[in-house]
Design a protein around this ligand. Structure first.
Ligand code: HEM
Length: 449
């Protein structure tokens, strides 16, 4: 990755994303949304979208601007589009959350929040898709991890498209097909969003990042290819088959069962690949980010097992709350925080010391972090997520709120560590700024080595 250009606005995406995560955790501490409110209530919709869009999607977009060029060894199509996209996305998320609050009667303003949210989010994600899509298009034929990202981006388009349809229907604008899609299309929106956009893209990026950070073999095994085809097939079946079935007035169940089986096959093969990758690594003493990624992968495995058990016991609908919580916070957020810890250090190191490498002695990337201090926050975070999942499973709401408080505390601790890394606060002052270097800005990467 040395020599890779720096994505100027990636850190601004990460900052907005972390604020949304802390905001969502604090809302859970106060008892806002599920489990205190119904799972389909507007308050839960606020919480779900603050996490899915505000935290996870902004994090993913910021990471893709930096890592898609690394995956395909080509520059990003445009370095100026990420800023307007961020402004549109933040405005769109604020409008969508306001629309849900309006639905709940919490916001008396008569503004057209749903159509505004649809327009802003459509434009913001449209810019992201155009930028990353053009970057990938120029690099065909794509290596396997980048193909996962391409499928993830197609799922994002489907999620946003359906979200806009729902928003129009809820604001009373629309025709019969729009109301049919809104009445029956929620599973497609959720699977394309959580399974396609967030999980499939994270899987593609993790194949490359984990092998890079642990010095393990690249992902081009037959199991990886089968995992790709199973996952992509399951997602295509859900989105294309599902929408066709709704339009034709037929039942969605068969399609969802078939795509669920493909998703399960994909998760199992990905799990096997990850076990192989950890075992085949050349770096024996792995860094904190890779150890914590293993906790996130364990959460994915536990979430998958939870789904199977719930299906066997016939209570998937009642268990959907704890399952989605474990996958959103243990798997996706856990992996996100673990990788952020490494990425923040790496980008800061590259920005500050990249231009003088070979000319002056510089600190190592690991000199920017103090893992012994940060690891207690990561342990606390994962323990709190697992405790929260248990509390939701047995239905003890006060214990869930306690677990959310611990998650918020741990997340704030991790964010403070990220800030110290960005400020180079843990690099001894004598070696911090060799000649030709200067303090990086907090939220923008300015140099392109
Ligand atoms: C990563 C992206 C997204 C994910 C993972 C996601 C996830 C979800 C989930 C889980 C629900 C059901 C929540 C519940 O029942 O409590 C939902 C509903 C909904 N989503 Fe999204 N969403 C995403 C993006 C969007 C976007 C971009 C929009 C709008 C432009 C949107 C608009 C809606 C609406 C209006 C509903 C309510 C549907 C109804 O109750 O009829 N979503 N979403």
């Amino acid at each position: 990755m040395i020599g890779a250009s720096l994505s100027r606005w990636t850190l601004s995406y990460f900052a907005a994303a972390l604020l949304a995560l802390i905001g969502a955790e604090l809302l859970m501490v106060t008892g806002f949304g599920f489990p205190g409110a119904e799972i389909q209530s507007p308050k839960t919709l606020v919480l779900v979208h603050l996490v899915a869009l505000g935290w996870l999607s902004l994090l993913m977009c910021g990471a893709l601007f930096q890592f898609v060029p690394v995956l395909i060894a080509r520059p990003l199509y445009s370095n100026s589009l990420p800023l307007p996209a961020l402004v549109l996305l933040v405005g769109g998320i604020a409008a969508l959350l306001s629309a849900f609050l309006q639905l709940d009667g919490e916001m008396a303003l008569g503004l057209p929040f749903f159509p505004t949210a649809g327009a802003l989010l459509g434009a913001g994600f449209g810019l992201v898709l155009w930028n990353v899509g053009r970057t990938l298009w120029a690099a065909r034929p794509l290596p396997l991890p980048a193909r996962f990202v391409a499928v993830g981006l197609s799922s994002l388009a489907a999620t946003v498209g359906l979200g806009i349809v729902f928003a129009l229907a809820l604001s009373g604008v629309g025709s019969q097909p729009i109301y049919d899609l809104t009445a029956l299309g929620l599973p497609i929106h959720v699977i394309a969003g959580l399974g396609g956009w967030l999980t499939f893209t994270a899987i593609g990026v993790s194949y490359r990042l984990l092998s890079m950070f642990m010095l393990a073999p690249e992902a081009d095994k037959p199991t990886t290819r089968i995992a790709f085809y199973a996952g992509a097939g399951g997602l295509a079946l859900t989105v294309i088959g599902g929408i066709a079935a709704i339009c034709a007035g037929s039942n969605l169940d068969v399609i969802l069962i078939a795509s669920g089986a493909l998703g399960l096959a994909m998760a199992t093969l990905y799990g096997a690949d990850m076990v192989h990758l950890y075992r085949a690594r050349k770096r024996r003493n792995i860094e904190l980010n890779s150890r914590m990624a293993a906790f996130a992968l364990t959460s994915l495995a536990a979430g998958t097992a939870f789904v199977i058990v719930a299906i066997v016991l016939g209570d998937l609908t009642e268990r959907i709350g704890p399952i989605v919580f474990l996958l959103a916070f243990g798997w996706l957020s856990g992996l996100g925080l673990a990788k952020l810890y490494k990425i923040a250090a790496f980008l800061t190191w590259l920005e500050c010391y990249g231009p003088v490498l070979g000319k002056h002695p510089t600190p190592r990337v690991q000199d920017l972090v103090v893992e012994t201090r940060a690891r207690k926050y990561f342990y606390l975070y994962f323990l709190a997520v697992w405790a929260g999942t248990a509390a939701l499973t047995v239905g003890v709401t006060p214990a869930f709120r306690g677990a959310a408080a611990l998650m918020a505390f741990a997340t704030i601790g991790i964010v403070l560590e990220l800030l110290r890394t960005r400020r180079l606060a843990d690099v001894p002052s004598e070696t911090r700024f060799p000649e030709g270097t200067r303090q990086p800005r907090l939220l923008i990467c300015l140099q392109t080595p």
